[in-house]
Design a protein around this ligand. Structure first.
Ligand SMILES: C[S@@+](CC[C@H](N)C(=O)[O-])C[C@H]1O[C@@H](n2cnc3c(N)ncnc32)[C@H](O)[C@@H]1O
Length: 271
């Protein structure tokens, strides 16, 4: 146990999240969009019950502002305890340890939120995921999901990505700043994800081409969590998949980082 009551594994998770920037973490613009949509749903109904897919600290802090009844649903309890120390959660927060693909809950929530939850699942599982999420929402309830889609990229070559990174006004960690830009560029257009081998071999190519130095190469390799799948989808595939379950209230983009068009926030109402 560390001094803040976390195991060393949980402490590592909390530190890792603090080193990350958007778009791995929700950007300021995304947090505002979550707040806008949540505000539309709850109006003055503070008794509403929220479900969170995962343990995203930024969303738990929004629930903290409302002192909402929020349940984080994650297959890894460490994420719940680790991220509790880096947000301002609601005192009515609880945790359910479950896989989203085998949820055994019924119409529990007025609103379900997921920041990049679906992108952690292989595309073949997206239908099951959406069916399960639909099932846990009360009739007439809502879902707010940030998803990872493919759209024309702001930077269509590694050189443009690294040039942008070097010309930015603020210095941010190279891996968490650029990871999504590089993955989006190196996607296999059949599987809509990037294998680890492709990621590593492409990084070596950019190193050999002189676009990054050895220290940056090492950071890009070692800061990646290779246990995490990042599955992209296409807008048309996603909208077809949700059409039986949800009606779209709005689709918003955070607008505060170049890749924001890849990360729509869908505000959905249960059919
Ligand atoms: C909500 S996700 C999103 C992270 C980040 N916002 C992003 O875009 O990459 C992170 C959490 O999902 C959890 N997770 C991944 N797959 C899961 C599954 N099938 N069932 C339950 N939890 C899952 C992980 O344990 C992790 O704590």
């Amino acid at each position: 146990m560390t001094s803040d009551g976390l195991t060393s594994q949980q402490k590592r998770m909390a530190l890792r999240w603090q080193r990350y920037v958007s778009p791995i973490r929700p950007s300021k613009g995304m947090v505002e969009l979550y707040e806008k949509n949540i505000g539309i749903v709850i109006k003055n109904k503070f008794e509403y019950v929220w479900g969170l897919l995962g343990c995203t600290p930024e969303i738990r802090s929004i629930a903290g502002k409302y002192q909402a009844k929020i349940t984080c649903i994650d297959r890894n309890p460490d994420a719940f305890y680790a991220f509790k120390t880096i947000c301002e959660p609601s005192k009515y927060e609880s945790f359910i340890c479950s896989d989203w693909l085998s949820l055994n809950l019924d119409e529990m929530f007025d609103i379900v939120l997921g920041d990049g939850a679906m992108s952690m699942l292989p595309i073949e599982e997206h239908g099951t995921f959406l069916k399960n999420i639909h099932k846990i929402i009360k009739p007439g309830g809502y879902a707010i999901l940030r998803i990872h889609t493919i759209v024309p990229l702001p930077f269509d070559s590694p050189k443009k990505i690294f040039d942008w990174y070097r010309n930015k006004n603020d210095i941010t960690p190279i891996f968490s700043t650029l990871w999504d830009y590089l993955y989006s560029l190196w996607l296999n257009l059949d599987t809509l994800n990037v294998s680890h081998n492709v990621f590593l071999s492409k990084l070596l190519e950019v190193y050999k081409a002189g676009l990054i130095n050895l220290e940056e190469l090492e950071k890009l390799i070692t800061d990646n969590d290779y246990s995490v799948l990042v599955q992209y989808s296409r807008k048309e595939i996603f909208e077809k998949q949700i059409s039986g379950f949800f009606q779209i209230e709005s689709v918003d983009y955070a607008g505060d980082y170049p890749l924001h068009r890849n990360h729509p926030i869908y505000f959905l109402r249960k059919k």
